[in-house]
Design a binder for this molecule. Sequence first.
Ligand SMILES: Cc1ncc(COP(=O)(O)O)c(C=O)c1O
Length: 385
Amino acid sequence: MTRYMPPQAVSFEPPRRVLMGPGPSDVHPRVLAAMARPTIGHLDPEFVRMMDDVKELLRYAFQTANQVTFPVSGPGSVGMETCFVNLVEPGDKVLVCRNGAFGGRMLENVKRCGGVPVVVDDDWGAPVSPQKVNAALDAEPDVGIVAFVHGETSTGVRSDAKALAAIAHAHDCVTIVDTVTSLGGCPVLVDEWELDAVYSGSQKCLSCTPGLSPVTFGERALAKVSARRTPCQSWFMDLSLVLPYWDGGTRTYHHTAPINPLYGLHEALVMLTEEGLEVAWARHAANHAALVAGVEAMGLSMLVDEAHRLPQLNTVRVPNGVDDAWVRREALARHGLELGGGLGVLTGKAWRIVLMGTSSTPANVTLCLETLETLLAEAQKDVPQ
Ligand SMILES: Cc1ncc(COP(=O)(O)O)c(C=O)c1O
């Protein structure tokens, strides 16, 4: 019989980093401490009470009264899939707005659900055009769903979620909205903007560890789910099965919730209430303004027009002749500073300097500016000007 020897392994000690890449952001020690508390049963009445708290706290973060608001057990991608597999049935026409990498993932989801996509493309670095969406919906009256990303992490662009939702509703469509990067860092007003099915992530401006995806579903979205002609293709994400666990009076077993990560999310959300949403938005805006002033003073330029910038995700053009990857490698090696590179068409052309949640501090802005200044001076000394 074959026996394998145990591998040589010791406890993992992660290095100290300052996380200014596109996620995760730095996790506050209070959140880490909460996650180290004793694990209890996921049907323990005390845990169930905490689940209720988490739902209430998420309603505050999303600014909604939606009863169906809870964290999906899985990263943002699972929240994304939860929205698509529950709302899109084979043959459904779905308008997908694509102005970056994550709009592209929405398109993949539609195809895998058997939906018929209608794609509205905008340039990487530009917001979703409400005019184009309006025209596409006029041209395709049988579209029933409009999907768009509020804060495109690949480019640092914020689209006008309120305007897009209004256009979708004027055409009798339900909206699926990605707020993975926007939630907690800038206004996301689910009820005021009438967003229908919305998902986010724990590891960005909420500054919890990765692996949980807050979602919220409004009346329009739930009516569409109830009117399905076919069963949801996913057992794990089927709302009709998972809701009795998160939302029912009896809490029937569906899956074993990630107990300790949920303690962490609870703590991160308590911290958000202590700071206050508006104060958190103002902090992200102030640190963004300081970073932009600093990079522009260095002669660098921002990719996105001022009016459409996400305060938490700053895309800075890499100057000609500078090796983007070298700068990021050196920042990590010398200062433990993680910066993001460009994604997709922006690979090698942009840095993503991210000031999300706990990472959004004046000290981090200063560290980043000083590091960039030194590294750019070194990188450019041999480049003919
Ligand atoms: C806008 C957006 N949507 C979805 C995701 C997917 O989230 P996760 O990596 O947690 O699965 C991300 C992750 O960066 C994102 O930025």
